[in-house]
Design a protein around this ligand. Structure first.
Ligand code: 9GP
Length: 821
């Protein structure tokens, strides 16, 4: 238990908060008010450790990581914080005495969704691990007024509803106005000669005040509390009559608007770049603020800016924060008067870049016109970085224009952010072994050839504290009962479970827990979807962002295929299956949204068809998010990880399912490869083309899906059902676009870009194997337990240790707290 935790004090604090904040007695508090009161009481406990942690960092003059990320998909904090201060039983007791149920109170917390999917959730897992391991680190991001939209399903269609997560105030954040800083946009750069050298002054700009809000990131049972710092934008001069009188009315209003719009909303695109001006403003806004603050903080204790990198490292989470490279250069050149070479030496020893995708539509490229207009001084610096880099290419590969075409930072009227990130840092990492290999051999081959020493792999991980300890308390307790609690901070220790995999009693206990978790999810589905599902059926789950490469379409086409078999033969011998989907589509991604409609239309037909006797159910869970994800992972039997090989950089949902004892049905893509390596191919269901095969076809310009269509009656039948009104009697043409995308009868894209029909037979066969395997409960239980037992590698604690050893070189810090501070 946290040294600062005292049950009686905590109870008094909850009662006091209800009185002081809401002017009520405890028995009058609404559940939302109770949540606020409890959250403030927990924060009260955390605060002392938070202060102590930062004192300790200062005392030790520790090197600090700044994890720069546009996205942090944190999920709810209350439950996680209570677990990490190790006060769960005591808090439950107190709430019980006060007449509240912790789960109900947790449900009142908004689910802070300042991220889209895997990339943002990875950042959140990393923060949890950094604090738990005791490494000095800040997460730096944006305090979006509206996070990821809430998804409503109406008549089968996705509707986007704003996520007003700050509506009632967020109890865990602290506004730190003393660290506010100015960020400038636009205008022009004037060159002045002073002290015998050129100086660059940005003039005629607009600016905003960046104000940080800090959130505590509580380490597990170690008194360490790190900080997630998210920046809000405010107008520099609030709108005043004074400026009106001076004729600056327009400017005052513009500044006000700029501040409001910058942090208004998270772009809901996952693995896709929209190229909007506001997005570049967001990027520069939080980067400039974070970098300025990091430099100031360093200078408070040190004199020599040349050694900045000895105490600071910036990790760029994808290309979104890449303007950190020229921004740090700007500060060093313009504010510290370093020479170019000096500034470059510092910058390239400070920045490191993580690549999270090879999807070409996710690559950020900004038109020169936009970039230079919005960030005139930064653009000058990027031009100079590019000029010097192109010179280097020419020296290394004389006369090779192709190298310049591929590697230049500015080319064809665009600023290419990945190239800038690679050139401006000392490390480039991929997020799973296969992904890193593809980067080296294909996507970034020229860079790898030129600077191989920068490239390294860091296979992603997840925090077992949220995704097992918090999300699946029954299994967590069972695991602890068998092997002790060391797994909570040392996940490889969970391998000790393997000896129980063959034990019939343990198998039974394990399957009972899975069943109870399925009952919990079935209840959630009933409450939220009004659908009855049978917890004895196989729960076959695909939850993740909706994207063509992730192939939710293949899954639902297979459901139709299975349904057809059942219609042909109502006595078909099959284990009842519940196909569960959860996915948000980017608001502007039409085909993805149509796929959601298709899933819901198929669900309508199948779920209401009495003739199949409930053997198949299809459920689309509305508003998939971190809080319901925890319930879903715990209940899954089958984990669908079915992306086209080579396209999913890593995936992290795959790891969360494994940790909760689901068996992977997957392609040899991303981290699936390593999951199978750990648990053994015999304990997973692998199918489909390899990444080499996919890349081979791509290099040949694709394949001809018509051959499959013509020769495979069952597939043809499914495809025809997309366009004959079977699932859309009112509008038979509704799914024509999906049909076309597979057969390319009209579309301009390559036919079946993601090889759905090509992989379909092998997918259907793997599904058949699952049906057979589930009949043998002993086998299934053993395989499921082995999945849990072999998940040790996939803790984000391991990933963080690798980053620390190979890239960041941080030192662990110990924080001691005296009891009852
Ligand atoms: O698509 C990848 C996903 O595979 C990976 O697990 C995640 C975290 O590394 O990043 C995703 N990439 C993006 O969201 C955009 O680059």
């Amino acid at each position: 238990m946290s040294m600062g935790f005292d049950k009686e004090t905590f109870k008094k604090s909850v009662i006091y908060n209800v009185k002081n904040v809401f002017r009520k007695t405890i028995d009058e508090a609404t559940p939302e008010q109770a949540f606020q009161a409890v959250a403030y009481a927990v924060k009260d406990v955390i605060i002392d450790e938070w202060i102590a942690t930062h004192k300790e960092y200062e005392k030790q003059d520790a090197k600090t990581l700044y994890y720069l990320s546009m996205e942090f998909l944190m999920g709810r904090a209350l439950g996680n914080n209570i677990i990490n201060i190790m006060a769960l039983p005591e808090v439950k007791e107190v709430l019980d005495e006060l007449g509240f149920d912790l789960n109900a109170i947790e449900d009142q917390e908004p689910d802070p969704a300042l991220g889209n999917g895997g990339l943002g959730r990875l950042a959140a897992c990393f923060l949890d691990s950094l604090a738990t391991l005791g490494y000095p680190a800040y997460g730096c991001g944006i305090r979006y007024r509206y996070g990821m939209f809430k998804q409503k399903i109406e008549n089968g269609y996705q509707m986007e509803v704003p996520d007003d997560w700050l509506k009632n105030g967020y109890p865990f954040e602290v506004r730190r106005a003393e660290y506010a800083t100015e960020v400038k946009f636009g205008g022009y750069v004037r060159t002045v000669w002073e002290d015998g050298r050129e100086h660059f002054v940005q003039e005629g700009y607009q600016s905003v005040r960046a104000v940080p809000y800090d959130m505590p990131i509580v380490g597990y049972g170690n008194n360490v509390v790190n900080t997630l710092r998210i920046w809000d934008a405010e107008a520099i001069n609030t709108f005043s009559l004074d400026s009106f009188d001076k004729g600056d009315y327009q400017k005052a209003v513009e500044q006000e608007n700029l501040a409001k719009t910058i942090v208004e909303v998270l772009y809901p695109n996952d693995n896709h770049y929209a190229g909007k001006e506001l997005r570049l403003k967001q990027q520069y806004f939080f980067i400039s603020a974070s970098v300025q603050r990091a430099v100031k903080k360093y200078m408070e204790k040190h004199e020599d800016i040349h050694k900045f990198f000895e105490k600071t490292v910036f990790q760029l989470n994808d290309t979104h924060p890449t303007v950190a490279v020229p921004e740090l250069m700007r500060i060093l050149l313009d504010e510290f008067n370093l020479t170019w070479d000096e500034a470059w030496a510092v910058t390239t020893k400070t920045c490191a870049y993580t690549n999270h995708t090879i999807m070409s539509e996710a690559l950020e490229k900004w038109p020169i016109e936009l970039f230079s207009r919005l960030l005139p001084r930064i653009y000058q610096i990027v031009e100079e970085i590019n000029r010097r880099f192109v010179e280097q290419i020419q020296q290394m590969y004389p006369g090779n224009q192709d190298k310049i075409r591929k590697m230049a930072i500015i080319y064809d009227g665009q600023v290419r952010m990945a190239n800038l990130a690679i050139v401006g840092g000392f490390s480039v990492n991929g997020v799973a072994r296969l992904h890193t290999e593809i980067l080296k051999k294909e996507e970034l081959r020229d860079f790898y050839e030129m600077m191989p020493q920068k490239f390294n792999n860091k296979t992603n991980g997840i925090t077992q504290r949220r995704f097992l300890l918090h999300g699946n308390p029954l299994l967590a307790e069972w695991v602890t009962g068998k092997i002790g609690s060391e797994w909570i901070t040392n996940l490889p220790h969970i391998h000790r479970l393997a000896v129980y995999a063959d034990d019939p009693k343990c198998q039974q206990e394990f399957m009972d827990i899975k069943y109870q978790n399925k009952v919990r999810l079935a209840k959630y589905i009933k409450e939220h979807n009004g659908i009855d599902v049978d917890p004895r059926s196989i729960f076959d789950v695909q939850v993740k962002r909706l994207h063509e490469y992730k192939r939710q379409l293949m899954n639902i086409l297979h459901v139709i295929y299975l349904y057809n078999q059942l219609k042909d033969n109502p006595n078909l011998d099959m284990i009842p299956r519940t196909f569960i989907f959860g996915a948000k589509a980017a608001a502007g991604y039409k085909r993805a949204k149509l796929t959601i409609k298709l899933i819901n239309s198929v669900a309508d037909v199948i779920n209401n068809d009495k003739s199949i006797d409930g053997k198949i159910k299809v459920v689309f869970i509305e508003d998939y998010k971190v809080s319901n994800a925890e319930i879903i992972f715990a209940a899954a039997d089958v984990s669908e990880q079915i992306s086209t090989a080579s396209k999913e950089a890593s995936g992290t949902g795959n790891m969360k399912f494994m940790l909760n004892g689901a068996l992977t049905l997957g392609t040899m893509d991303g981290a699936n490869v390593e999951i199978v390596e750990e648990v053994g191919a015999e304990n997973a269901f692998i199918f489909g083309m390899t990444s080499d095969e996919v890349i081979g076809y791509e290099n040949k310009g694709g394949y001809n899906p018509m051959e499959i269509f013509n020769n495979n009656y069952q597939i043809r039948r499914v495809l025809m059902q997309l366009i004959n009104g079977y699932f859309a009697p009112q509008d038979p043409e509704l799914f024509r676009d999906i049909y076309n995308s597979l057969l390319n009868t009209q579309s301009s894209d390559r036919a079946d870009t993601y090889f759905i029909l090509k992989d379909f037979p092998s997918y259907a066969e793997a599904q058949q194997r699952i049906d057979q395997a589930y009949r043998n409960e002993t086998w299934w239980a053993k395989a499921a337990i082995l999945n849990v037992a072999c998940s040790g590698k996939f803790t984000s604690d391991r990933t963080i240790e690798e980053y620390v050893n190979d890239i960041w070189h941080l030192e662990k810090v110990k924080v001691e707290i005296e009891a009852n501070q």
